[in-house]
Design a binder for this molecule. Structure first.
Ligand code: AMP
Length: 400
C-alpha cells in the first residue's frame, strides 16, 4: 500500500509518498511560495538509495490545487516518477495542527470532519486554513483514495483537566474554549512508540519525558504511553524558549508594553512570536550560529544558551515530579537530534535523578534510535530521529 502524506500550510505543501510494506519514502519534497510570482518546487525520488534523484524547479504555483497537480506530475513523471498514476495512491494522510477537543484520534475525512476543521480556524488561524485547502483539493483530485486527518493536538487529549485548564474564570473554558491543547503530538506519539519498542517496555506501561527541540520546541510528560502534560499551551507560544518565540512570560508584560511603548496588540504578538526567543536574545535563532558566536566570546549568545538550557531543565524537573517514575528521557527534532553539546548540558549534574550521559555515546550516535546514557544510568537517555510523516502514514493505514 502506498500512502501520500500531505502537510499543507498557507503558502507551502510538504509531501511524502510512503511504501507501507517497507515504510520507506518513495518520493518527497516541498512546494513553497504558493500564490507568488515565482514558486519553488523541490522533489527527491527514492531518497537515501542509489536511485536517488533530486529536481529543483522554479515556476508559478497559483494555488493549492495547482500545487497538488505539480506533486502528482512529479510522482508520475516518466523519468523521475515513482508510481504509474494517481490510482497507485491508496490513501492520503493530512497533517492538521489543531483538532480542538473534538478530535482525540485521527479521523476519516467526510463533510462533517472538514466542517469541524473549519470551525477550529479561530484556534489556529495560521495553520488550519492551509490544511483545509490541502484537504479540499485532495478530495477533489483523489476521489478513490481514503483520506485521513491526523491532528497535532490529538495525542495530548489524554492530559487531565488539572493540567490543561488555566486558572481563569470557569466561563472562559466552558464558553470560550480557553485551555491547553499542546502541539507536536504526532512527534511525541512516534517517539513514545519507538522508545517503548527499543526498550522492550509495553507501550501502555512506558513513562518518559519527550523533548522535541527544534525551531519550535515542546516537552511532554508521558505516563503509561499517554500524554499527561506538555509545555505548549492553547497556542504554540507557551513553554520553553524557542528560535523566535519567547515561550512562557509574565502575561502582564503585554499590558505593560502596550501602556509604555505604544505598541499595538498585533505588534506585541509579532514581537513575541517572531522576534523573541533565541533571536531576540542574541540575534541568531539557529543553534549552530549561536555556538559559533558564543565560542568567539559573544556574551549575548552565551546567555541565550544558558537560558535555553535552563528552560529545558526546569520542565525536566517538573515532569519528574509529575511522573514519579521515569524510564527514559528522549531528545528529538533539529536541536535534540543534532546538538550533542545541548544534550550534555541539559543532562549535566542530574545524577540524583538517575541520569548519567556517556560522553562518547552522546557524541557518536549509532543509529536513528540511540541510547546515550551510561550502562549504569537508572533513567535511559535516548536520541530518536522523529518521523512525523511516517507516524501520519501509520495512523492513516490503521484507520482505513
Ligand atoms: P527543526 O525545527 O526540528 O527543523 O529544527 C531546526 C533547528 O535545529 C535549527 O534552527 C537549529 O537550531 C537546530 N539544528 C539543526 N541542525 C543542527 C546541528 N547540526 N547542530 C545544532 N543545531 C542544529
Amino acid at each position: 500500500m502506498k500512502i501520500l502524506v500531505i502537510n499543507s500550510g498557507s503558502s507551502s505543501i510538504k509531501y511524502k509518498l510512503i511504501d507501507m510494506d517497507t515504510e520507506a519514502s518513495l518520493g518527497e519534497g516541498v512546494l513553497e511560495r504558493i500564490g507568488e510570482a515565482k514558486g519553488k518546487i523541490l522533489y527527491h525520488s527514492h531518497p537515501g538509495t542509489s536511485r536517488a534523484l533530486t529536481k529543483k524547479i522554479e515556476a508559478p504555483i497559483s494555488d493549492h490545487s495547482h500545487g497538488m497537480e505539480w506533486i502528482l506530475s512529479l510522482l508520475t513523471d516518466a523519468e523521475s516518477g515513482v508510481i504509474e498514476n494517481r490510482t497507485s495512491i491508496s490513501a492520503i494522510g493530512h497533517r492538521v495542527v489543531q483538532g480542538g477537543e473534538k478530535f482525540k484520534a485521527p479521523a476519516l475525512i467526510d463533510d462533517a470532519v472538514t466542517e469541524s476543521i473549519r470551525a477550529n480556524i479561530p484556534l489556529a488561524p495560521l495553520h488550519n486554513p492551509g490544511a483545509l485547502s490541502g484537504i479540499i483539493t485532495a478530495l477533489d483530485m483523489f476521489p478513490e483514495a481514503g483520506q485521513v486527518a491526523v491532528f497535532d493536538t490529538a495525542f495530548h487529549q489524554t492530559i487531565p483537566a488539572k493540567a490543561y485548564r488555566y486558572a481563569l474564570p470557569d466561563r472562559l473554558y466552558t464558553e470560550a474554549g480557553v485551555r491547553r491543547f499542546g502541539f507536536h503530538g504526532t512527534s511525541h506519539r512516534y517517539i513514545t512508540r519507538e522508545a517503548a519498542d527499543y526498550l522492550e517496555i509495553p507501550p501502555d506501561k512506558i513513562n518518559l519525558i519527550s523533548l522535541h527541540l527544534g525551531n519550535g520546541s515542546s516537552i511532554t510528560a508521558v505516563s503509561g504511553g499517554k500524554s499527561v502534560d506538555t509545555s505548549m499551551g492553547m497556542t504554540p507560544l507557551e513553554g520553553v524558549i524557542m528560535g523566535t518565540r519567547s515561550g512562557s512570560i509574565d502575561p502582564a508584560i503585554i499590558s505593560y508594553l502596550a501602556d509604555n511603548t505604544g505598541m499595538s496588540l498585533e505588534e506585541i504578538m509579532t514581537l513575541l512570536t517572531q522576534e523573541s526567543g533565541l533571536k531576540g536574545l542574541c540575534g541568531y535563532n539557529d543553534l549552530r550560529d549561536i555556538h559559533r558566536a558564543a565560542a568567539a566570546g559573544n556574551e549575548q549568545a552565551e546567555l541565550a544558551l544558558d537560558m535555553l538550557i535552563y528552560s529545558y531543565r526546569k520542565y525536566i524537573g517538573a515532569y519528574f515530579a509529575v511522573l514519579g517514575r521515569v524510564d527514559c528521557l528522549v531528545f528529538t527534532a533539529g536541536i535534540g537530534e543534532n546538538d550533542s553539546v545541548i544534550r550534555e548540558r541539559v543532562c549535566r549534574n542530574l545524577e540524583t535523578f538517575g541520569i548519567e550521559v556517556d560522553p562518547e555515546r552522546n557524541r557518536d550516535l549509532s543509529d536513528t534510535c540511540s541510547i546515550i546514557s551510561t550502562s549504569s544510568s537508572r533513567v535511559k537517555v535516548m536520541v530518536i530521529s522523529t518521523n512525523e510523516e511516517l507516524e501520519i502514514a501509520r495512523q492513516t493505514q490503521m484507520l482505513i
